[in-house]
Design a protein around this ligand. Structure first.
Ligand SMILES: [Zn+2]
Length: 480
């Protein structure tokens, strides 16, 4: 596979430290509120990446943190604690908030066919690991104490800006968001490894440490959790593009200073979901959640389809109209798959040929829109329906668009409509009203014993490239 690597700014051949095995880490959600669909775009694309790697034959160990402590309103360690903010808003304890929004996050994931990572670790569960890393960083002079907090000393690094395709304005997160400057820092890029109670008197979760009672900074949790479950050599680190700085930059700084060797060579960043007004956020405009999509009548998988239509390294613009278009295209695709007749044997040669091509196309920097095109190509393949269904089922192990399940539901619904007498003639096809009308006219002609007219319509359909199959209680058609 070839994957764009944000650390080198190039598309490169994907490699792993141990052949055949991928140690993969994903930055998880901060569980103080619902995830918006922009956050979920990242998790969808990372899910496709994981499933692609598995389909390509790798064993994958995927680890994700849940941030339930230490993430302040600004990524540059200033402002209010996000978890405290959530707890105050809802008059609940921090742990209640964490549990509620963790469950809500995985419920959204389930609706979007996002697989749960192999390891999911709340940040509050690895305090001993962070203390061990921070202790070593302090003892080796990579970190210092100031004003009760422990800071990482970025001046000790040979190179700090790993993802330096940002401009300086973007980098100055704290300044941009107009939050207070932390005067304890020796230089502006230094970041907090451990807060003591000097920061927030009302901090709910506190632990004893060599530097006083307090709590870990946000960045240290991903290094600690990854090293615990992925080991010292991480192959692939994923996250949204806004995590690249300062979060991922700081993860690299502290991990490599602690380990004394290179930590993670490959970085996968998913770009923003925007609204026409700009970057999507929880506080601006409509708060777009999976529940809102459902409330407005959309199948969450149509949103997944919408995301897959576009490349993960391009900003994607969300409008209800764009989602409508994706939902219509998705519905049409399902109808075409429903028109295939299950049963019979698949042709293994054709199956392998299509699978190989699919892996090649998707393997070009996770080209998901080519993955969807591949499903349409399979529908047009010169082979039997059993083979087409087998190919589509195989592709969907990676795309996870519930293609076979939902097509089967459509067939079932059509059969039930006939049985219940709700309809005495059911047409399954590609959802084209013009063709459906002709198919129905032919049926009416046959019922009226006007066989010449029925044959004529059949010829018209044939001339349009339509293959018509009479099935029990109706007809099924497809384009050749
Ligand atoms: Zn992280």
């Amino acid at each position: 596979m070839y994957l764009y690597n944000s650390a080198t700014h190039k598309k490169e051949e994907f490699k792993t430290h141990t052949p055949g095995r991928v140690e993969m880490y994903t930055c998880g959600p901060t569980v103080y509120h619902f995830a918006h669909i922009g956050n979920l775009r990242s998790y969808i694309m990372e899910d496709v990446l994981e499933k692609y790697l598995r389909a390509a034959g790798y064993t994958v160990n995927r680890v994700m943190n849940i941030t339930d402590v230490g993430h302040l309103a600004s990524d540059a360690d200033t402002g209010e604690d996000k978890m405290l903010k959530g707890a105050k808003r809802e008059h609940k304890s921090v742990m209640e908030i964490a549990q509620f929004y963790t469950d809500a996050f995985f419920e959204d994931c389930r609706k979007l066919n996002i697989k749960r990572p192999d390891v999911v670790q709340p940040a509050t569960g690895c305090i001993a690991e962070y203390i061990e890393i921070i202790s070593k960083l302090v003892s080796t002079g990579c970190a210092y104490l100031a004003g009760g907090n422990v800071y990482f000393d970025t001046s000790k690094l040979e190179r700090y800006y790993i993802f330096n395709d940002h401009d300086e304005d973007d980098l100055a997160v704290g300044v941009r968001e107009g939050v207070e400057e932390d005067t304890n820092k020796r230089s502006k890029n230094d970041f907090v490894l451990w807060f003591t109670r000097s920061k927030f008197e009302d901090q709910a979760l506190k632990w004893d440490s060599p530097w006083g009672v307090g709590y870990p900074g946000w960045h240290i949790e991903c290094s600690g959790i990854s090293m615990k479950y992925n080991g010292e050599y991480l192959d692939l680190h994923c996250g949204g593009v806004d995590n690249a700085f300062p979060h991922h930059t700081n993860e690299i700084a502290q991990s490599e200073s602690y380990l004394g060797h290179a930590w993670c060579p490959q970085w996968f960043h998913v770009h923003h979901l925007n609204t026409p007004e700009g970057k999507m956020s929880k506080s601006k405009g409509e708060f777009l959640t999976v529940s809102l999509l459902e409330k407005n009548g959309y199948d969450p998988i149509a949103y997944r389809y919408f995301c897959l239509q576009s490349h993960y390294r391009k900003a994607l613009v969300f409008t209800w109209e764009n989602l409508d278009n994706a939902a219509a295209a998705y519905g049409k695709l399902l109808n075409r798959i429903a028109a295939l007749q299950p049963g019979g044997d698949a042709d293994p040669t054709v199956f392998e040929e299509y699978k190989t091509k699919f892996l090649q196309q998707m393997g070009n920097d996770l080209n998901t829109s080519m993955g969807i095109t591949a499903v349409f190509d399979a529908l047009k393949a010169k082979t039997n329906d059993a083979t087409k269904l087998a190919i589509i089922g195989e592709f969907d192990k990676v795309l996870s668009l519930s293609l076979l399940e939902k097509a089967a539901q459509l067939r079932e619904k059509a059969a039930q409509a006939v049985q219940s007498g709700a309809s005495d003639y059911v047409i399954t096809g590609e959802g084209d009203p013009e063709i459906d009308a002709l198919v129905l006219q032919r049926y009416e002609a046959k019922k009226a014993k006007n066989f010449a007219e029925a044959d004529r319509i059949r010829d018209v359909l044939k001339a349009k490239g339509i293959e018509l199959t009479d099935v029990k209680g109706g007809a099924s058609w497809k384009r050749l």
